[in-house]
Design a protein around this ligand. Sequence first.
Ligand code: ADP
Length: 158
Amino acid sequence: MKLIAIYPGSFDPITNGHIDILNRALKLFDKIIVLVADNPAKKSTFTTEERKAMIRESLNGNPHIEVDSTLGLTVHYAEKVGAHALIRGLRAATDFEYEFQINSANRFINPDVESVFFMAKHKFMFVSSSTIKEMVSGGVDVSSLVPEPVLKRLKNLK
Ligand code: ADP
């Protein structure tokens, strides 16, 4: 049986912290779908199409990874594609509370879709999409924290 997982998130934009989680999850799953939240109610810096393009370009055509977006609930998307698990990352205790709540809601919707949590690598503990954008606007070099296609677009934001 091929094990499929969904890695849902805003990815506004994708960072090396996200990519590290993806690479580690690929040791456990045959296929991972990176699912960009297309949430019109949440203001994002990059459009859904831009966020997807940056993910695709950053993953260099890895055949085990697909990129998609959804307007709906992650669990419903997982049911539609027959995914076995959701992947999420944990950086700090504050992430835990949020993730615990989302996980409870997801289990309420469908208890058969399991969530798998990966602890952030030490060097990416402080990395979030919003921190990256703040650092860029303050002139900080973030080239070790985001992939090249993201760096290119972040420079255009200034
Ligand atoms: P969301 O808005 O759904 O939290 P994000 O794009 O911010 O979307 O993050 C997607 C997932 O990746 C979340 O589970 C988040 O905790 C995790 N994540 C984000 N940055 C890192 C990082 N540097 N290391 C590990 N996990 C991370």
